[in-house]
Ligand binder design. Structure first.
Ligand code: PGA
Length: 247
């Protein structure tokens, strides 16, 4: 079954009002495949700016949020605040949150539960490190990460699963289409065995890690690759080509 293609841009901690404003103008005026769902992940301080300026056909995501609605949690933001800015999505469990900021599977699971209960859509990220791939433990690692997410999801219609091998993120070492397809297919089978047939058939599993305008078509033509999460290239006009990978 062909699922609605989903392309997320993860701007990470990049840009300013000038450069993001230029990017937003490029996206707003581009011809975008309307069969593709597009969501841009903006830095917290620019969520309002991004939502106010991006065309309504383009979604906006926060790059993180906390596990409760409010309180004494200096520096954190909550799903209700994200929604208050008109923003519909949040990226959770990104490898930089896991490995730079030490977020555990448990914390990510709690965040996923709270974000979904609050009505946000969640782009939930998983992926193995290079040493894990080399040790042959890729499946074990991504299944455990997916389990910690799945334990906290009741409604999968608001979840997109992003497989992002850590060794491919920001390195220019994209997974080959075969490597991506292999893990995506296994994840879908895992969903079939551990969640349900219906969820396995309907959840979008997107690939992230050095996706570019040059490699997106081949990656996007794989059976179980339902879109992308794009870092570096999402800050460039080439993001438009990635959005249109299936056009
Ligand atoms: P990259 O980042 O495209 O720059 O590799 C992907 C991501 O971290 O989501």
């Amino acid at each position: 079954m062909v699922l609605k293609f989903f392309v997320g841009g993860n701007w990470k901690m990049n840009g300013d009002k000038k450069s993001l404003g230029d990017l937003i103008t490029t996206l707003n005026t581009a011809s975008l495949n309307d069969e593709t769902e597009v969501v841009c992940g903006a830095p917290t301080v620019y969520l309002d700016f991004a939502r106010s300026n991006l065309d309504a056909r383009i979604g906006v995501a926060a790059q993180n949020c906390y596990k409760v609605a409010k309180g004494a949690f200096t520096g954190e933001i909550s799903p209700v605040m994200i929604k208050d800015c008109g923003v519909e999505w949040v990226i959770l469990g990104h490898s930089e949150r896991r490995h730079v900021f030490g977020e555990s599977d448990e914390l990510i699971g709690q965040k996923v539960a709270h974000a979904l209960e609050s009505g946000l859509g969640v782009i939930a990220c998983i992926g193995e490190k290079l040493e894990e791939r080399e040790a042959g433990t890729t499946e074990e690692v991504v299944y455990a990460q997916t389990q910690a997410i799945a334990d906290n999801v009741k409604d999968w219609s608001k979840v997109v699963l992003a497989y992002e091998p850590v060794w491919a993120i920001g390195t220019g070492k994209t997974a080959s289409p075969e490597q991506a397809q292999e893990v995506h297919e296994k994840l879908r089978e895992w969903m079939r065995a551990n969640v349900s047939e219906a969820v396995a058939d309907s959840v979008r599993i997107i690939y992230g890690g050095s996706v570019t305008g040059a490699n997106c078509k081949e990656l996007g033509s794989q059976n179980d690759v339902d879109g992308f999460l794009v870092g570096g290239a999402s800050l460039k006009p080439e993001f438009v080509d990635i959005i249109n990978a299936r056009a």
